[in-house]
Design a protein around this ligand. Structure first.
Ligand code: NAG
Ligand code: NAG
Ligand code: NAG
Ligand code: NAG
Ligand code: NAG
Ligand code: NAG
Ligand code: NAG
Ligand code: NAG
Ligand code: NAG
Ligand code: NAG
Ligand code: NAG
Length: 474
């Protein structure tokens, strides 16, 4: 094998020296052989497009790989510049890949294959790389710190592999990076503060790893950042208030970590934010009223924390909000009637808090609402009949409060309702016959009240599995 290659190369060299016309293409001849050597180490499915990678006849033009090899693009000098083997059913490793011979590569895309094993440190020899996409493979081992020498990189996708170990601080040298996607791996250690030097970065995805430690305050330098997704890790400490300087942010996803301390008031500066998701942490303190300035917000997920104090009236300014979830905190005070301004809302949930006072009549304005989940609080007064205007409603949970008075007849208008729970309140009066019109009901719980009279027989016919007494676990 070795000696025949040697012969092959010497003959190629001979032809090149004899013919000045083929001189331009000599590089690609060497590169082509490097690719063939790597190909020989791979498992390739039958009928693969890679069958176009065939040994070059000695008298052929060495530009053949540039014109007829699948996934290969050459530069003007006939040297291999791009390698795009995405989604080609390939299985194998990189240990036979000749990084030194293929150093003219600017684009290297192996995404969506079954490559495994380590990413060799020799990758640093691909010093012209602009795009590197190894995503959705089975690469393992650590990220070689040498990747930090690939100064031209603008896109680095290593996501959805089995890469472990720490994130090398050297990645902070990649000043041209716009996209650094390393989510869905087994990365451990902390987020390097050197990332504060990645001032071109638009999107930083580190979610679903095993990262620990603080969110570095240096990230506050990343003025171009539009998306910061570090959810599903074990990050701790507080949310740095300097994140409020990242005024280009659209998405801030910090959920499912161990973050504590308050939600910084400064987050109210993030005017472009469409999603703010900090649920499943240990955040405390009150909801800053400044969040009412985030008028581009579509989703605001604050649930499952230890937030206290009232729901700020200012949240009523968030006209674009479709999803407001405050569930499972220690919020107190009354429900601001301003929430009735959030006419884009689909989901409004604040179950399991200590909210008291009346359910604002104004919630009847929320025509797009599909879920209203207000159970397990200390709400009092009567159920406003205006809720009968919420004709998109699927789920209405009012159970475990101190609501009194009758069930409004108007609830019979909620034709889309599948779940209605008003149990464990102080409701009295007769069960309205209008509930017979709730033909989509699957779960109905009226128990633990002082209601009387028959449950409309139509309901009894229409649902077979619903319970009148069990409490729906939420
Ligand atoms: C890389 O490209 C340059 C210029 O296009 C060329 O001179 C050189 O021979 C190429 N290198 C290889 C290994 O082909
Ligand atoms: C290369 O050589 C083969 C025979 O060895 C011949 O059939 C073919 O035409 C030649 N091709 C070129 C491009 O010269
Ligand atoms: C890479 O290859 C895939 C499939 O072979 C093709 O759909 C895609 O357009 C290519 N991408 C680039 C940037 O050339
Ligand atoms: C790699 O190829 C896939 C499929 O064509 C494409 O979606 C992806 O953007 C490419 N990666 C880079 C970094 O260009
Ligand atoms: C991921 O890598 C670890 C070693 O780091 C190995 O034990 C495990 O089997 C790998 N998992 C997959 C799905 O390849
Ligand atoms: C950021 O880069 C500067 C030089 O550009 C360097 O002095 C500094 O150490 C780097 N910061 C970090 C945290 O790596
Ligand atoms: C963050 O913003 C504040 C107020 O806009 C400013 O005073 C501060 O210098 C900024 N910090 C950085 C590191 O840019
Ligand atoms: C943001 O909200 C706070 C509190 O609601 C308010 O005092 C402040 O003026 C607002 N700032 C801007 C720039 O809108
Ligand atoms: C909403 O419901 C209330 C009380 O049932 C009713 O008086 C009002 O006209 C309704 N408003 C709209 C806009 O449908
Ligand atoms: C319901 O209870 C209130 C006081 O809690 C009482 O005034 C009212 O008469 C009761 N209504 C019915 C129908 O029992
Ligand atoms: C059910 O709805 C129909 C049509 O909307 C209405 O005519 C009827 O009165 C309702 N039934 C009850 C019991 O409210």
């Amino acid at each position: 094998m070795y000696s025949s290659n040697l012969l092959f190369f010497s003959l190629a060299l001979l032809i090149i020296t004899l013919s000045p016309i083929q001189n331009f293409a000599s590089a690609s001849f060497e590169e082509a052989n490097a690719l063939l050597k790597w190909k020989a180490s791979l498992e390739i499915p039958k009928n693969s497009l890679l069958s176009s990678w065939i040994p070059l006849p000695l008298n052929s033009s060495a530009s053949v790989p540039c014109t007829s090899w699948f996934g290969v693009v050459c530069n003007a000098d006939g040297s291999i510049q791009k390698l795009n083997l995405t989604s080609s059913g390939l299985k194998g490793m990189l240990h036979r890949f000749s990084f030194s011979l293929l150093h003219n590569l600017t684009h290297f895309n192996l995404s969506l294959n079954n490559f495994y094993g380590p990413i060799p440190p020799e990758i640093q020899l691909l010093s012209k790389l602009i795009y590197l996409d190894f995503s959705e493979n089975k690469f393992s081992g650590v990220i070689p710190p040498e990747i930090g020498n690939l100064h031209q990189l603008t896109i680095l996708y290593l996501y959805s592999n089995n890469i472990s170990g720490p994130i090398p601080i050297e990645l902070g040298n990649l000043k041209s990076l716009t996209d650094l996607w390393m989510e869905n791996n087994q990365l451990s250690g902390s987020i390097p503060s050197s990332f504060g030097n990645l001032t071109s970065l638009n999107r930083l995805y580190l979610y679903h790893n095993q990262l620990v430690g603080l969110i570095p305050i240096e990230l506050g330098n990343l003025k171009s950042l539009t998306q910061l997704s570090v959810y599903k890790n074990q990050l701790s400490g507080s949310i740095p208030s300097i994140i409020g300087n990242l005024t280009s942010l659209n998405v801030l996803s910090l959920f499912k970590n161990q973050l504590s301390g308050p939600i910084p008031f400064e987050l109210g500066n993030l005017k472009s934010l469409s999603g703010l998701s900090v649920y499943n942490n240990q955040l405390s303190g009150s909801i800053p009223s400044s969040l009412g300035n985030l008028t581009s917000l579509n989703v605001l997920y604050l649930f499952q924390n230890q937030l206290t104090g009232p729901i700020p009236i200012e949240l009523g300014n968030l006209k674009s909000l479709t999803d407001l979830e405050l569930t499972n905190n220690e919020l107190s005070g009354s429900i601001p009637s301003s929430l009735g301004n959030l006419i884009s809302l689909n989901v409004l949930s604040w179950w399991k808090n200590q909210l008291s006072g009346l359910i604002p009549i104004e919630l009847g304005n929320l025509k797009s609402l599909t879920d209203l989940e207000a159970s397990s609080n200390q709400l009092s007064g009567s159920i406003p009949s205006s809720l009968g205007n919420l004709t998109s409603l699927n789920v209405l949970y009012l159970f475990q409060n101190q609501l009194s008075g009758p069930i409004p007849i108007e609830l019979g208008n909620l034709k889309s309702l599948t779940d209605l729970g008003v149990s464990d309140n102080k409701l009295n009066g007769s069960i309205p016959s209008s509930l017979a019109n709730l033909s989509n009901i699957q779960w109905l719980n009226l128990g633990g009240n002082k209601l009387f009279g028959p449950i409309p027989s139509e309901l009894g016919k229409l649902r077979s599995h619903s319970s009148f007494s069990e409490r729906k676990p939420s």
